[in-house]
Design a protein around this ligand. Structure first.
Ligand code: NAI
Length: 510
């Protein structure tokens, strides 16, 4: 351990409740909750056993929308880290890094040392995690531009960095993709020159074949498919069309026009046994897709990457309301000039984003009926405008007005400027790394039970998503720090450590 209380080596938990074998970590864990009945609260303990496979399979990710700003930034960013690329800017020499990734750049407290001081370790030091530079990346795009040229088109990376990475990326040409003019903005049609033709069933077969080829040609054991293509409009939910897994598969066979491209990708991925992650706000996970994932026990996660404004919003709402202030109005303006902004300038795709951004303060309000009435909630308005000049550098302006003590008012105004894709890429990476970890975790309740995989709907990834999908009946948590501790406490559970309590009782008891 270093003098700063940091453990660089993988940690080993010495406890009778944890066994480390060559291939697995088995942890017996006491999960504590309380059951509430009227005003009677009964503490409950449940004994769970976690089994985590230590060997990380060769993993590949297939990006849908690979040639977009996020897809190229992620691909080129990982490559730069792999090659240890340096580049010059007017600020001097720059080095590749993974800032913004909780898996690579965040530590968690693991305990105290002999002087009762806290000790920290990186997440990947507590449980084996995929190293991003070992990840194989490929993907689909409706534009056939190479990833090198698409990186240049994105105007996200500095010129010198683009120049250094260009030769490595020039032969990466996305596979043709499923395109439907009806589901994204009409202004995207000019880049759609790389399309899989045929019926929906034929398109599905092509996507499945692509996934198989990727696996076979590179010896990949585990594939994750991730949607970072343009935001689609919401698909209609209709009985008989997409309400069950069987109806959905039948509708694909019947070439029903209301099946969105993203839904076809999700179905292909699930049928191939590959985890599917939705990074955009549309309702890809219609009931038929969720049922299909449960039937095949394939993990899914979504929706909509949580980058700047929403992250701050969940933190500020948590801070204000949990300080006892009555947040009364939240107004968010955004303008951006990248292709995502262009696509969102159409009302039907904007609506998907608006829905996704609107629900993020609900749970904090629901938890506090002392200051909010049963159906009361703050005014919440979201505006997004397309301003080409600012490119990927998104501007977000937020105003938070709260009622404070004895009739007072408090208004906080924020202005945030940031390269959108440089925030999104590390979040995409975390989604991949944590989803991969979840594929290696199994759980059982009693000793005689067989181990089973985690619930297919990965709510554990909520920290990274604006509008988290959760298992049916499970509450949606938006509060950012609760989401973060649900990840680190889960990792602690995998190695038999109790959840972080922050009580520091060793310093409070004389
Ligand atoms: P982008 O517009 O630069 O990239 C999207 C790519 O998807 C384009 O290359 C386009 O040709 C391709 N595409 C469109 N339809 C396709 C289809 N059916 N199949 C395959 N490719 C298709 O957008 P960007 O900035 O990379 O964002 C991607 C998605 O991530 C958007 O939906 C956006 O709303 C979402 N997102 C982005 C965040 C960010 O901070 N960058 C945050 C939250 C969500």
């Amino acid at each position: 351990m270093s003098e700063t209380g940091f453990v660089g080596e993988p940690i080993v938990v010495a406890s009778p409740n944890v066994e480390y074998s060559k291939n697995e970590i088995i942890s017996r864990y006491e999960y504590r909750e309380s059951r509430v009945n009227g005003n009677i609260v009964t503490p409950l303990n449940e004994n769970l056993t976690f089994k985590t496979q230590r060997k990380i399979p060769k993993t590949g990710v297939l990006l849908v929308g690979w040639g977009g700003n996020n897809g190229t930034t992620l691909t080129a960013g990982i490559l730069a880290n792999k090659l240890k690329t340096t580049w010059m800017t007017k600020e001097g020499e720059q080095h590749a890094n993974f800032l913004g990734s909780i898996c690579r750049s965040v530590t968690m407290r693991i305990g105290i040392d002999n002087n009762l001081q806290p000790v920290y370790a990186p997440l990947f030091g507590v449980i084996p995690m995929l190293n991003p530079t070992d990840l194989d990346i490929w993907g689909w795009d409706i534009s056939n531009m190479s990833i090198a040229n698409a990186m240049v088109r994105a105007r996200v990376f500095d010129y010198d960095l683009q120049r250094k990475l260009y030769p490595e990326l020039k032969d990466m040409i996305p596979w043709p993709s499923v395109y439907s003019e009806d589901f994204i903005a009409a202004n995207q049609s000019e880049r759609a020159n790389n399309i899989i033709h045929g019926t929906k069933q034929e398109q599905l077969q092509t996507l499945r074949q692509n996934i198989r080829d990727f696996k076979q040609s590179r010896g990949i054991e585990n594939v994750i498919v991730l949607w970072t293509a343009n935001t689609e409009r919401y698909a209609e939910l209709r009985e008989g069309l997409n309400d069950t897994a069987d109806n959905l598969l039948r509708s694909i066979e019947a070439d029903a026009s209301e099946i969105a491209p993203s839904t076809l990708f999700a179905v292909a991925s699930i049928l191939e046994g590959c985890t599917y992650i939705n990074g955009s706000p549309q309702n890809t996970f219609i009931p038929g897709v969720i049922e299909l994932s449960e039937r095949h026990q394939v993990l899914i996660a979504g929706d909509d990457f949580k980058t700047g404004q929403t992250k701050i919003k969940t933190v500020l709402c948590d801070f204000l309301i949990n300080s006892g202030l009555k947040l009364a109005s939240v107004v968010s303006y955004n303008h951006l000039g990248n292709n995502d902004g262009k696509n969102l300038s159409a009302p039907k795709t904007f609506r998907s984003k608006e829905i996704s951004k609107s629900g993020v303060i609900d749970d904090v309000i629901r938890a506090n009926r002392l200051i909010y009435g049963e159906n009361e909630h703050p005014d919440h308005c979201v505006v997004i405008k397309y301003v080409p000049y600012v490119g990927d550098s998104k501007r977000a302006m937020d105003e938070y007005t709260s009622e404070i003590f004895m009739g007072g008012r408090n208004t906080i105004v924020l202005h945030n400027t940031c390269e959108d894709s440089l925030l999104a890429a590390p979040i995409i990476l975390d989604l991949i790394l944590l989803a991969e970890l979840c594929t290696r975790v199994q759980i059982k309740r009693t000793q005689d039970e067989e181990f089973s995989r985690m619930h297919p709907v990965l709510s554990i990834l909520s920290f990274l998503l604006k509008s988290p999908q959760v298992p049916s009946g499970s509450p949606i948590v938006h509060s950012l720090f609760n989401q973060r501790y649900s990840i680190t406490n889960f990792i602690r559970a995998l190695v038999g450590l109790p959840p972080e309590t922050f009580m520091l009782l060793e310093h409070k008891i004389p």
